[in-house]
Ligand binder design. Sequence first.
Ligand code: AMP
Length: 542
Amino acid sequence: MLGLMQDWPLLIHRVIDHAASQFGVQEVVSRSIEGPTHRTTYSAVRARALKVAQRLARDGIREGDRVATLAWNTWRHLESWYGITGIGAVYHTVNPRLFPEQIAWIVNHAADRVVMTDLTFVPLLEALADKLPTVERYVVFTDAAHMPATKLKNAVAYEDWLDETDGDFRWASIDERSAAGLCYTSGTTGHPKGVLYSHRSNVLHSMSLCNPDGLALASRGVILPVVPLFHANSWSIAFSAPMMGSKLVMPGMKLDGASLYQMMEEEKVTMAAGVPTVWLMLLQYMEKEKKRLSTVKRMVIGGSACPRAMIVAFERDHGIEVFHAWGMTEMSPVGSFGAVKAQFADLTGEALYDLKMKQGFAMFGVDMKITDDSGKRLPWDGKTFGRLKVSGFAVTRGYYGLEDQNILDDEGFFDTGDVATIDAAGYMQITDRSKDVIKSGGEWISSIDLENLAVGHPDVAEAAVIGVAHPRWDERPLLIVVAKEGRPVDRDSVLKFMEGKIAKWWMPDDVQVVGEIPHTATGKINKLRLREDFRDYHFPGA
Ligand code: AMP
């Protein structure tokens, strides 16, 4: 017997409809690409998203068509997502930090019909346009006054393009399982792979994530997503903030410590979310300028392992609660969240930081398991590590254009490519990416653990560990560090600092000090590049 509840499809437009009707006056504040701070409301975002939808429909864009966005976090980018999905088309977020050839590859693979972009990226697109045959039109997120002269096909200023509509439009009525968003994985090897979110998966994932043991969004909160909309589906914030009516503060293209600090203070931000490298810049800025954040209460850090030193700096020195989150593009993207469960409510000091170092427990809608290489489940004892596999309503079951490849195991779980432990309380801790773990004498050494420890050294700004071939042990860890500004660091002091804090055989065989550690387009340490850079390196005496 079926239930008698209404069939209310989980469509993305319902989110912005709700925001406009319940939190219509709530602000969306952006640092515009043109310069000045721009202020709008959820009600206006909805009204303009309807115009985007109407205009796209008039331009012949149909359900299932892909519309690329190559843009920073601003109100216009937000409106475009709702407008695109509002006609059943698919927003395809393109990461501008990818190599130009990769951008061309994914735009062609997605067969994007329209590219919506910021002024910043017009030159990049002009250089690529000849290689993008599927693109029929470029919409530049600006007004007529700032529109540059460009040869881009059918280029138009977004404001002019919108002005030709009246917004009298109805959202498309489509199946909630329809595709809504497309985001390609950063693909360090081989071609990027497209993850295709649905309306339903986006709505459910956002609902699950905004609860109190997650992003804890509320209409009285002010959230600043440093995480770009082009990274892993914006960690859901483009949906979850309007869903809960939080004030949304969009930093545009200025992601340096000083600019973020200024925006957080001016807009009274209570919660911010981003990758560790961004927070490193902010912490360094605050340390140098002797500044403190006066309104921020929660910091959500994920995308890469959050170093202990960062958790301690925010919590102890700034009184900001840190939440360590884990996920991946294939998971919409958040899979676990580092809230403190009731049974650990009394933890303080180092014991609390130990817990916060873990990547948290699975949120509702995510099933997790760790297995050995044969697929056998491993125990949740906090020690045994294995391949981390997941299933859930917002976990991918295939890649766009590769639908015939079965990427799930017999139980329907997706292999994340991460190696992890899970403890008896359900807290998961990433040991490493399976391809980054260091295999020494048949045992595994976690590069993440070593990096976390090394950045605790007072003179180390950033650390990376890679495995380097060793004649006896197969591989041994090489630690690569960047010194803090004006604080020279030497090998021996780093090794001395680490001694006694880890098993002896985990100690790096050498330390190299470099000016900069390379990062991927999503802000992670680029281990592939590092391994190439150190290809000819040999351990002293090995
Ligand atoms: P992406 O799809 O680009 O977001 O990358 C996903 C990968 O980033 C995961 O599979 C992890 O290897 C890594 N990752 C994400 N969050 C964390 C975290 N909190 N700690 C360690 N690794 C993380």
